[in-house]
Design a protein around this ligand. Sequence first.
Ligand SMILES: [Ca+2]
Length: 519
Amino acid sequence: MRFEGGNFSSSTNLDVLAARKSQLLMGIRSLHFALALIVSLMTASRADDKAIEGSLPNVIFVLTDDLGYSDIGCYGATKVSTPHIDQMAAEGIRFTEFHTAASICSPSRAAFLTGAYPQRAGLYMGINPIRTAHWFLGLHPDEITLAELLKQQGYATHMVGKWHLGTEPEFLPQRQGFDSYYGMPCNFSHSPKFFDGDDEVFAKAPLNRLTELYTERVTRIIRENVGEPFFLYYAHNYPHTPYRAGENFRGSSQDGVRGDVMQELDWGVGEMMKALKQVGIEDNTIVIFASDNGPTKNTYAQPYRGTKYVTFEGGHRVPFIIHWPDRIRNGAVSNVSANAMDLFPTLSQIIGVKLPNDRVYDGVSLVPLLEGKFLDRKSDAPFYYYNCENLQAVRRGDWKLHLPREKKQLPFWDKNKAFAGLKQPVLYNLRTDRAEKSDVASANPKIVKQMLKLAASARDDLGEFMQRGRGQRPTGSIFPGVPVISHEKDWGAIPMTTAQAFEIERKTRHPDWKDGEAK
Ligand SMILES: [Ca+2]
């Protein structure tokens, strides 16, 4: 396996690097880190030929669940110790302006895996096998996932952890490009079943052994895949509730069980990195660390406002780290704006496979950043904060505009009491007011007007509550002809005969299903 098409420029030299210095400074928080990155790029320039001649890099994407911005030591955590993740950040690039595409699990995962806003990829609701109107939905099989992308270059593809993109057989990881699957199809509270491929290995997943079991499998996959490129999507369930720490970690932190679980999670990351080193593939393995959305308590999202479920920064802004010794030799902190949809085009460029041209991608490749170049995205390109079908905020540069909304537009998980039924746009300057406290809308009418225009064009493309957007692709459904109804309060709108057909199918597939369990 070799890089094809010269995706990485081999012309990088010291002159070019010097010319790029001013560009770098724009994206790097401090001179210290800027210099560190320039040194790393000089190292990388020597490594270019090696990389082009060398083998395709392995890719490990670690996606944690409900882990907030300040849950990790290097992002400000004080009550837990996360030395292994901190080390990964110190050796790699740590982003301070990374946003997920949703503030809940399912849509956020859809965006990471497809490179599209969840609304575009058709998966913007929370998938839950218990919900009467949602159990038969999932990520559409026509969506191209990261696993399917990497398979095009012969990668072995593995998934360990929580899927949460549909629990019916039509929607499981094995149908979305993964050769192997080990873990849980959805949240523990939806179903505690734990699978190894098609085999149910635990009727009730042992929560106190979750990290141990995942770590065992992850390190085994690493050991067994030496010599051929592999992609591992490791979506740990923690620190999403419910959680329990393993015996060795009980009482180990200053933050109760959640802190213990965080420290065990960090230990697992350390074991994974150790395994890469032991088999000699650490340098040629890209490890990406992120979270799917913010935490349920604001304590773990500091200094940002809000939590999971809402479109304040605390719901969307999470840690994001890229570790790749072959390319990144010294640590850097980047305040370049990046988001979940960037992962797909980034990996696409790295492995030398062109983006499919039959669909829209909402991200850009982050590779130029590693090379000291500008991203192929304007610094004032907008970012849209959707909550299910409701567009709630727009970001452009330093500005973030929260949009007026009616309560009926809000998804049932939206606990944003502060802005439920917001009547007037609220404008914050995130550079001077990262906690989103001081509304400056009335002082900046032009900005508000421009951003409302952007919101209107986003709605036209990606939709709004009860309004289909031009750019939306279908939701995966066992009943493709039936309109998808996101909001529980609207489920009564499903015609009686259709609802009966749902239930007949459900009982055929799940003979043990009891009506009383329906929500
Ligand atoms: Ca989550």
